[in-house]
Structure formats: C-alpha cells, structure tokens
Design a protein around this ligand. Structure first.
Ligand code: ZN
Length: 133
C-alpha cells in the first residue's frame, strides 16, 4: 500500500493571504484544516454518561473535538475511538453518529447521491487542472 500523499491544490496556495484562521485537526482523517471547515464536537453528560454532541454555534464550554462535515471522517473517528482520546474518557457516539448524518443532510439542504468511486477531496492521481496553462 502506498502512503497517502498530502496535496495542496493551487487554489489552496493562492489563499494564503486570507488564511488567518486557526487550524484544527479533524479527529477523523487527522488533517489540519481551517476552523470554519470543521465542526466542533463537545462531550456532554447524558443519562450519566458522556456523549458526543454537535456544537453548532461553537458556544458550548469545555474541551472540543473537531470533525469535517464528512461521513467518512465520522466513520473513521468512531472506528478509532477518536472521541475517547479527544475527551480523555469513554464517550458514547451511537446517537452522535445518527445526529451528525442528519446534521449533514440538513446542512446540505439536499440529498446528493453518494459517489462511491470518487470521494470528495481526494485526488486519485494529481490535479488535472494543473496541466492547463
Ligand atoms: Zn476529516
């Protein structure tokens, strides 16, 4: 297996000037991204146990975790128990996973059919745009 190459697309490089936002590490894919590109997650006590919840307005206090609005990142984070690490303890994610997917659908405003062959944000072999000059 090849290690996954981290690519910066040209568009990304051109935006350096406005790139003043703090970077947050997604607990799913572990990539750092602008704070506005990731969703804040906090752990709240529900029924005597900590459960991960979406902090939509980013106003809840306490330790936060960050996750891309991407079901793939959610799956990875849940499988890796990344929330347990982020919140330093056992965190229930069952309901969170349901809520997160519902949140994504609400956020998109429409239900695009998923494309299994090519996931968003992943370039299989370089960027075709870079050859156009
Ligand atoms: Zn991610």
């Amino acid at each position: 297996m090849e290690p996954t190459a981290v690519e910066l697309c040209p568009e990304e490089l051109g935006r350096r000037q406005e790139d003043t936002q703090p970077r947050r590490t997604c607990v799913g894919c572990r990539l750092r991204d602008r704070q506005s590109h990731v969703i804040r997650i906090v752990a709240r006590p529900i029924d005597g146990q900590l459960a991960a919840v979406i902090d939509e307005r980013r106003r809840l206090s306490g330790r936060g975790a960050w996750l891309h609005p991407d079901p793939a990142c959610l799956d990875t984070a849940v499988k890796r128990r990344a929330f347990n690490r982020a919140f330093r303890g056992p965190v229930d994610t069952a309901q969170f996973a349901v809520d997160f997917r519902a949140y994504l659908e609400r956020r998109d405003g429409r239900s695009d059919p998923p494309s299994p062959s090519l996931k968003a944000g992943q370039h299989p072999h370089g960027n075709p745009m870079s050859t156009q000059r």
